[in-house]
Design a protein around this ligand. Structure first.
Ligand SMILES: Nc1ncnc2c1ncn2[C@@H]1O[C@H](COP(=O)(O)OP(=O)(O)OP(=O)(O)O)[C@@H](O)[C@H]1O
Ligand SMILES: [Mg+2]
Length: 326
């Protein structure tokens, strides 16, 4: 016996948490130990198996979930995606990143929690200004968990179905109980905040109440993520109905520069003096910074260069600022 009981336990726990790197790392340790003990043939076979299995994993699509497409009426209520965004690709405040990593950890270990009668965090409220990464977060959660992302735009749902909205919501929540996925209810404030926009207030209340009822009963099978721009306007009773609320903020100067440099990772930015750009990033959201970086990169590429000149980036940032104040 060349794999110790500890190795086996570690292998199982790495497998359960979906941590491939750790899984293969432990398997390689077993191979190394076997080689040291003189079982060279076994060690060699194990290494070959690990290599083959790794190669196969890479060539397979990242998501192990079979492609699920909503059918029938459901198809008109939500859109399905298999996002590629990783959480590590996002620039986030430490508090938000910590909260999201905890969510992923609980979701990955849900079997362990459920055996003791606990459920992982599965009802999430994301609030913050436009372009700070709320929708992107839902994509990243889906990608990290290998799940499809189903997006429901509440503003569209309400204006399309009016009095029938609550029964449409029931359909979506029924699907959430059956098909494990991340369900993003985007523009969530369409339900809560907009009391002054001339909508039928009584109707909006009724829809909100049905949503909350469904949310209370939502099984831990799927994740329900609601995103809103108007965290302050939603009443605090509403926040409590979610397991966790994550607040998104405009980027700090350092975060702004990180967003720019990450988006320009494929380019040569050695001539850019980042500190000089910091003031120009003020008041721009993550999304606007990404757009400015893309504009500068495209200009450089089409001009025949892979080098971003400092002038190009500051021009693009100024242009974004102009658009914002237009
Ligand atoms: N925190 C972030 N880190 C890196 N890129 C970001 C971040 N936030 C936004 N972006 C970029 O901006 C784009 C739009 O962001 P996203 O749609 O997630 O914003 P949002 O918060 O949902 O905005 P809205 O309130 O308008 O719906 C993303 O696709 C990404 O390119
Ligand atoms: Mg969004």
């Amino acid at each position: 016996m060349t794999a110790s009981a500890d190795h086996l336990k570690a292998l199982l726990s790495a497998h359960a948490s979906g941590d491939d790197d750790r899984f293969y790392g432990i398997a390689l340790q077993v191979a190394a130990k076997s080689a040291r003990q003189g079982h060279t043939r076994f060690a060699k076979e194990l290494r070959e198996l690990i290599d083959a299995s790794r190669a196969e994993k890479i060539s397979r699509p990242a998501s192990p979930t079979p492609v699920v497409q909503p059918r029938g009426e459901l198809a008109s209520l939500l859109t399905a995606d298999y996002p590629e965004t990783r959480l590590a690709d996002m620039t986030l405040a430490e508090s938000a990143r910590g909260a999201l990593e905890k969510v992923l950890h609980e979701q990955r270990q849900r079997g362990r929690l459920e055996r003791f009668g606990f459920t992982p965090v599965h009802r999430l409220l994301l609030s913050g200004p436009p372009g700070t990464g709320k929708s992107m977060t839902a994509s990243a959660l889906a990608r990290e968990l290998g799940l499809p992302l189903f997006t429901i735009r509440l503003d569209g749902l309400i204006s399309r179905f009016m009095g029938e909205t609550a029964s449409k919501l029931r359909l979506v929540f029924d699907a959430a109980a059956q098909t494990r996925a991340v369900y993003l209810f985007d523009e969530f404030d369409a339900l809560g905040a907009d009391r002054s926009a001339g909508h039928d207030v009584g109707e909006a209340r009724r829809i909100l109440n049905s949503f909350l009822l469904f949310l209370d009963q939502a099984p831990a099978e799927s994740m329900v993520v609601a995103a809103t721009n108007h965290g302050r306007l939603l009443d605090s009773a509403l926040f409590r109905r979610f397991d966790l609320a994550v607040v998104y903020e405009p980027p700090s100067r350092d975060q702004a520069l990180e967003v720019l440099s990450r988006r320009l990772a494929a380019m040569d930015t050695s001539t850019v003096i980042w500190e000089d750009l910091a003031a120009l990033t003020e008041q721009l959201s993550h999304a606007e910074l990404v757009k400015a970086a893309e504009a500068a990169a495209k200009q450089a590429i089409l001009g025949g260069s892979d080098t971003i000149g400092a002038g190009q980036l500051s021009d693009a940032l100024n242009e974004r600022r102009r658009l914002r104040h237009a």
